[in-house]
Design a protein around this ligand. Structure first.
Ligand code: NAD
Length: 445
């Protein structure tokens, strides 16, 4: 099948590479000439495990192409996938549709034969109708269908998720469009549920799913606060909860709050859509407010740990919003660093993959280290903010020799607590009482 993909970001590029690997002839379109020049020159523009190899393989096989020209990308395609950004509107926080509308308007004039236009971007309910109207206005005689094909990949696992989707949701209101998608996903038909629903249901499924996951994170973070207050341990509590198959064990890791390019904006957009439709969304609104507070609380926790130290040096491990990606958009680490900088903190940071993207956002406001240990030289506190597994291997004996004060604030529960105590650290993770406070509690009992 000939597939044109508009937008070569964190969704568009892995999707393009994956569809090429399935044997389709794929052309990726982006309006940023720099991105397309890099991709044409064989340079991958974002980090995802396993993506680079598949990218080279499919370029070499002649199945994967890149262009800035909408005409080149769209005119021969059987299927055009829209994967442009839908960031929050700066004022209302609804999904900003300017990129979607621009893409739909631009592609319309180049459609020739019957084409399926699939929206992979996360878009408000009713967007399919808007795209349909825009295309019909611009190119009244062309034959096409607009469908919703929401993306559920997890950044950091985009390649794995492409080839092993939990489910494929297709919001298509015509048989002809459904058949195109059945053909596209034929290689998955035996192992993956492909659920065909109404276009508006499909658009809603994406927001409803992301908002639910964000609420689950918020919930476990509140439970972690409860554990800290009572002497229970969130790791044990989450394990016990997760054994209930109705709850499931995923998304029960407490941390510094949810972030990334999806959950924050999608919860806000869902809340906005609900208000527009006079529907109350109390749980989602609580998650939004609680999550904002969470990052502030984590920053305060770090500042509090060094409140008696003059001009403390803060070592940060982790800048990306999660492990496995270089994406720092809405990263809790970025927000926490923002709060710390408001208090004139002296920060030096390290992330295995996100140094470049973080530097674009933070510039010279913080220092950057080449490895974990280089952040620790003379540091007064170490704050762990992203769940990179590499941080688990931190040699605490070496860390204790490098640091000026031995304090760890572990917002991801990655550092071995007992080892930290053994090496003389004052250690505070998430969702359990600090050792000394726990001892006090035991004495009282
Ligand atoms: P992104 O910002 O990484 O990429 C978007 C790309 O689209 C950019 O390269 C931009 O230059 C390009 N673009 C914008 N307008 C264009 C136009 N008119 N013509 C050609 N190119 C254009 O965004 P992303 O993270 O890939 O997200 C895309 C959509 O997918 C969003 O709606 C997002 O909510 C959704 N989504 C993202 C994820 C994720 O993990 N990132 C997961 C599921 C769904």
């Amino acid at each position: 099948m000939k597939v044109g993909i508009i937008g070569t970001g964190y969704v568009g590029l892995p999707t393009g590479v994956g569809l090429a690997e399935l044997g389709n002839n794929v052309i990726c379109i982006d309006r940023e000439p720099k991105k397309i020049e890099a991709l044409k020159a064989g340079k991958i523009t974002l980090y995802e495990e396993g993506l680079e190899e598949l990218f080279h393989k499919n370029v070499k096989a002649g199945r994967l192409h890149f262009t800035t020209s909408m005409e080149e990308g769209v005119s021969d395609a059987d299927l055009v996938i829209i994967a442009v950004g839908t960031p929050p509107h700066p004022i209302t926080k609804e999904a900003d549709m300017k990129y979607i509308h621009a893409a739909a308007t631009e592609l319309a004039e180049y459609l020739k034969g019957y084409t399926v236009i699939a929206t992979k971007s996360t878009v408000p309910v009713g967007t399919g109708d808007d795209i349909e109207a825009l295309i019909s206005k611009k190119n009244p005689f062309v034959s096409f269908d607009v469908i919703s094909l929401p993306e559920f990949l997890r950044e950091g696992f985009a390649v794995y998720d492409f080839f092993h989707p939990d489910r494929i949701i297709v919001g298509a209101d015509t048989e002809r469009a459904r058949n195109v998608i059945k053909e596209l996903y034929k290689p998955f038909a035996d192992k993956t549920k492909i659920l065909f629903v109404k276009r508006r249901s499909s658009e809603t499924i994406k927001y409803a799913s992301n908002a639910f996951l964000a609420m689950k994170i918020h919930y476990i973070n509140e439970m972690a606060n409860f554990c800290e207050a009572t002497g229970a341990d969130i790791t044990e509590v989450a394990q016990g909860m997760g054994l209930d198959t109705r709850i499931g064990n995923r998304f029960l890791n407490p941390g510094p709050g949810y972030g990334g390019s999806c959950f924050p904006k999608d919860t806000l957009a869902m809340s906005y859509m609900a208000r527009q439709n006079n529907v109350e969304m109390t749980l989602i609104n609580a998650a939004i407010a609680g999550n904002a507070k969470r990052k502030q609380q984590m920053a305060e926790r770090i500042l509090n740990a060094v409140k008696d130290i003059e001009k403390p040096k803060i070592a940060i491990l982790g800048l990306a919003f999660k492990n496995g990606t270089d994406d720092c958009r809405e990263s809790p680490a970025m927000e926490i660093i923002g709060h710390l900088l408001e208090h004139n903190a002296n920060i030096i940071a390290y992330d295995p993959k996100a140094m470049g993207t973080a530097c674009q956002l933070l510039g010279d406001k913080i220092g950057y280290a080449d490895n974990m240990y280089a952040t620790l030289q003379g540091a007064d506190v170490l704050a762990v903010l992203t769940e990179w597994q590499e941080f688990k291997t931190l040699d605490l004996a070496q860390a204790s020799r490098l640091m000026r004060h031995k304090i760890i604030i572990d917002c991801r529960n990655l550092i071995n607590r007992d080892e930290a105590y053994k090496n003389g650290f004052k250690y505070q993770g998430i969702g359990h009482k600090e050792q000394e406070k726990l001892n006090e509690l035991r004495q009282v009992a």
